[in-house]
Design a protein around this ligand. Structure first.
Ligand code: HEC
Ligand code: HEC
Length: 194
């Protein structure tokens, strides 16, 4: 015959062991990487929606910038040129002011107005390729992921997209929310869709 105290102890032990087992099992059942992957991909979806907005994508083109909310060919026609600042006769800076938008002539402007290098022409790529291109130091201007966050926070051309002047639509998502999604994407592993 077991004493009442012995029975009590064995009940408590059984409870403790089964609780521990449940905790360990549930940890295994929800792999940490899995939930991170979902967070990361969801954040990336929000990031890439901004990258594909005409305020960003009109510049991130292979050869020529595009214009307006419907991404028309730039008129007059201009090309990237050797230094990303246009051809000798059609320099970006001869029309686009470093000082900002010119409301009278409707020419947009911001510091450092130019085409990004060809390796950053991700505007027409599918989401997964844009993602991998952004992470690739050989293509992204030798930036770390921290450097990408910093570019999104500080760059004059990124900021212009929230104050584009004229009748242009600014990027709909507030700038600080956009930066938060970029940070969340990086924090959760900077995963890319396939
Ligand atoms: C001869 C003047 C001129 C030159 C040179 C010029 N642009 Fe423009 N650009 C304009 C004008 C004017 C607009 C605005 C058109 C409008 O919205 O009606 C414009 C608009 C743009 C836009 C569209 C912004 C948006 O999202 O709607 C981009 C991008 C752009 N230019 C990039 C460039 C780049 C890069 C260069 C140099 C390679 C360049 N431009 C050279 C006159 C010029
Ligand atoms: C007027 C043209 C222009 C516009 C508009 C513009 N960019 Fe860029 N972008 C550039 C140039 C030029 C560089 C290269 C800067 C450097 O490497 O120093 C660049 C670089 C970048 C990079 C660096 C890494 C890489 O692989 O591309 C990112 C990210 C980026 N831009 C995002 C954006 C986003 C987001 C927007 C809109 C919110 C935007 N850009 C709007 C011209 C532009």
């Amino acid at each position: 015959m077991r004493s009442p105290v012995g029975v009590g102890i064995s009940i408590v032990l059984t409870l403790v062991i089964s609780t521990l087992a449940a905790v360990i099992w549930s940890r295994e059942a929800i792999p940490q990487g899995g939930s991170d992957l979902e967070t990361s991909l969801a954040a990336w979806d929000r990031v890439v929606a901004v990258l594909k907005h005409p305020r960003c994508s009109n510049c991130h083109q292979p050869n020529e910038p595009l214009q307006g909310d419907s991404a028309q060919r730039h008129s007059p026609r201009v090309v990237r040129g050797r230094d990303n600042l246009g051809s000798p006769g059609m320099r970006c800076g001869s029309c686009h002011s470093e000082q900002g938008n010119d409301e009278a002539s409707r020419v947009p402007g911001a510091a450092d107005w130019k085409m990004p290098p060809r390796s950053m022409a991700w505007a027409r790529l599918p989401s997964g390729q844009v993602c991998r291109s952004l992470k690739d130091p050989a293509k992204n201007g030798r930036r770390s992921l921290k450097g990408i966050i910093k570019h999104m926070q500080d760059d004059s051309l990124v900021h212009w997209s929230w104050d584009p002047g004229g009748m242009r639509e600014s990027v709909p998502l507030p700038h600080h929310v956009f930066v938060e999604f970029v940070e969340e994407w990086v924090r959760s592993g900077a995963h890319c869709p396939s």
